[in-house]
Design a protein around this ligand. Structure first.
Ligand code: FAD
Length: 334
């Protein structure tokens, strides 16, 4: 059979290699569709195939309902064409410019233990890389054919060197068995990116930002905070960082310095499993204690799924309009 297929998407058509995912082909060739986890768990990238056929692993009903499957909807991040196909033209969602997905090569510049089981890694890139604050890359795990998503913590204005925050997952393929085990300074790493629609939107500059992070979910929020302050040093930003114990806290000096340099930045670390001199409990509860209303703010949340869901509930209880709530869940790979 042929080694490439054609994907028609309204006025545009792109080429898809044998075994290439539909989402990957579209994003590389300038057709933007909303996407988030790239691992078949969130459902954001669903598209309707109106002609031709794709193959994909079975999708849970919670991600793609029977009715949707019968109408031809598929997860573009999991589907590979087996004939030429046509998909319903995607509606360009958030009017801003998107960056082409591509392969990126780099070299590890530093690996720093910043807290219990947490490292900060810098990777210098061979070529400039464009992304929007909040987005992530898929790191290739050498020798496995597998990838894992990690968010950039640096702002797009400093993209020659990417910064990542990685937490060890016991027995984890990417973390325990590669990054924490054998990755060294000077090692070559390959990745694809940028992925995701957890994107800082510079619009509504008068609206204060509430950033809710759990663990290494702090990474994209650091990028977003820095990008927002680059645009407006007086921007109102409230960052809540939730971890279990003080030994898991990191980047405290960075956020304290940001508070000192910017009058409207406030940083609130919260410990959920330990008493200390600072705040205790979950980030959503801490935020609710500080705000009577979030009607005039917007929010970005990132971290473990349960933390993100609890944070969204807290913001809604404080009357934040749902369209101003952006979230990224660090769902484990299936
Ligand atoms: P795996 O080999 O995938 O997992 C090993 C075992 O642990 C499996 O049984 C698995 O189900 C279980 N497991 C894995 N993760 C968890 C968990 N969180 N809770 C409970 N059980 C788990 N992580 C970061 O540290 N920094 C980031 O910037 C970051 N960005 C991400 C961005 C996106 C969009 C997503 C979806 C995830 C992100 N993650 C991030 C999570 C990361 O991609 C990996 O899932 C994580 O590092 C574990 O990978 P692993 O290969 O070490 O473990």
């Amino acid at each position: 059979g042929p080694t490439t297929f054609r994907i028609d998407a309204g006025n545009t058509s792109v080429t898809c290699g044998d075994g290439q995912r539909v989402l990957d082909a579209l994003l590389r060739q300038g057709v933007w569709i909303p996407n988030s986890c790239n691992q078949g768990t969130c459902g954001t990238c669903k598209v309707r195939v109106i002609d031709g056929m794709v193959t994909a692993p079975p999708t849970p009903d919670s991600v793609l309902s029977d009715a949707e499957q019968q109408q031809g909807y598929v997860l573009s991040c999991q589907s590979t064409p087996i004939t030429d196909i046509a998909v319903e033209p995607p509606a360009a969602e958030c009017g801003e410019r998107h960056h082409l997905l591509r392969d990126v090569a780099g070299t590890v510049g530093s690996i720093t233990a910043v807290a219990d089981d947490t490292v900060s890694i810098t990777v210098s890139l061979d070529e400039p890389f464009e992304f929007t604050a909040g987005q992530y890359v898929e790191l290739s795990i050498p020798g496995t054919g597998q990838t894992r998503p990690y968010s950039m913590a640096n702002p797009p204005s400093e993209s020659a060197t990417l910064e990542f925050h990685v937490r060890r997952q016991p027995d984890g393929l990417a973390t325990d068995r590669w990054i924490f085990d054998s990755l060294t300074v000077g090692a070559a790493v390959s990745m694809t990116g940028p992925w995701g629609d957890f994107c800082h939107q510079p619009g509504e500059p008068d609206v204060g930002l509430i950033l809710l992070a759990g663990g290494t979910g702090l990474a994209p929020l650091k990028s977003i905070a820095r990008a927002a302050l680059d645009a407006d040093p007086d921007r109102e930003i409230h960052v809540y960082h939730g971890v279990r114990t003080e030994a898991e806290l990191y980047d405290v000096d960075f956020w304290r310095a940001l508070e000192t340099g910017h009058p409207n930045v406030r940083y609130t670390p919260c410990l959920s499993r330990e008493e200390w001199s600072g705040r205790t409990g979950y980030v959503g509860d801490a935020m609710m204690a500080d705000f009577d209303s979030c009607r005039n703010h917007s929010a970005y949340l990132c971290g473990p799924p349960a933390m993100v869901e609890a944070g969204v509930r807290a913001l809604k209880r404080r009357r934040m309009p749902p369209r101003r709530i952006k979230r990224e869940k660090y769902t484990p790979a299936a």
